[in-house]
Design a protein around this ligand. Sequence first.
Ligand code: NDP
Length: 397
Amino acid sequence: MSFRFCLSPRIPLHMKAPRGIAILGSTGSIGRQALEVIQANPESFRVEVLTANRNWEELCQQAIAFNPNAVVIGDESHYNELKDILWPLGIKVFAGEEALCSIMDMEGVDMVLTALVGYAGLKPTLAALRCGKPIALANKETLVVAGDLVTGLAKESGINIYPVDSEHSAIFQCLAGEFHNPIEKIVLTASGGPFRGKKRDDLATVLPEQALKHPNWSMGAKITIDSASLMNKGLEVIEAKWLFGLESSQIEVVVHPQSIIHSLVQFEDGSMKAQLGLPDMKLPIQYALGYPNRLANDFPRFNFLDYPTLSFEQPDMETFRNLRLAFDALQKGGNMPCVLNAANEVAVDRFLKGSIGFLAMSDMISDVMQSVPFEGSPSLENYMASDAEARRRAEEW
Ligand code: NDP
């Protein structure tokens, strides 16, 4: 069996009691949509834990509405405000990074949705796996930074990681019933983002507000900029390697502007399977939380007649160098994807603050990748050191 990842054919128990979900990053785009899914399926899911970084007011409102067992706020300065309101309601309140990890052990947590953004997802994901909790993984950066450690731990503990990213969910859905069949290749589709078809000269002066206008998806700021620069697709290529146990030569990217085909798998007999639907993150969120069940819903349905043409293009890796850099990092392996990710997080932040231009993001990431010492077989400590070093160099760039 060539399928090396932890998405084993082992079928989880049917949901007898509502599954207790911890949503890490409940105030974000994925987190809010997950709450809508849970609200619509009270017989299948209940909210056990909610977390945010700084947005304590929204976290507080969510807690009042969903009555979780506990909330965690990353920024400890908001602990007292939350505690004053939520303790009297019987909702436990914790603060800080440590709490985010230790809460995974809570008995009522049956599954953890990692919907926080960036490198911050790594430690809580590892903590959840150590506690034996299945993961619904939106936070792709976790697998980019330390995919070997995360999937290694999942396999060792026999815990599944269910993809939430729409492309990876599509591949996972295509693999249902096929786990014993080797994958020849996968094709990740990309919308191309708001600057599809543009050349480097057109992009030299684009502003954050232009980059923040995605044609098909409404998402958090970081992933929206990553989509505009094609770094998001690069991160997804690395994510796919770890989720599905693939070599980089087995992963292709095709630009598909309508975002209807969410991705494809080709098997060894040449047959291809695709998953289609309107672009709506609630479907992959629901599939990951409810696996192996498909839950009825009233999401708008796709109608072929509304889309008489579905089109496909090669990605332009000369203009959008980030995708090329991600393939380079994947091929080099070791700490290089971690360095790529850290440099990119700083690049996006600096672009949003206006301190560097759109094209400079790739220049900076490339320079940082060349300057941080290479580690072939990093430990968790090595990854943390590489992340810190790459950030330092990217801030100084
Ligand atoms: P958002 O920026 O909308 O939300 C991020 C969430 O994480 C917020 O709840 C935020 O809290 C919290 N958070 C941010 N930083 C930290 C931190 N250091 N410690 C703890 N919590 C933190 O992001 P998205 O929902 O768009 O994306 C979340 C993840 O899902 C990303 O990895 C993204 O790549 C992935 N993803 C997103 C998709 C989408 O459609 N949005 C699609 C596919 C994948 P606060 O509100 O307090 O800042």
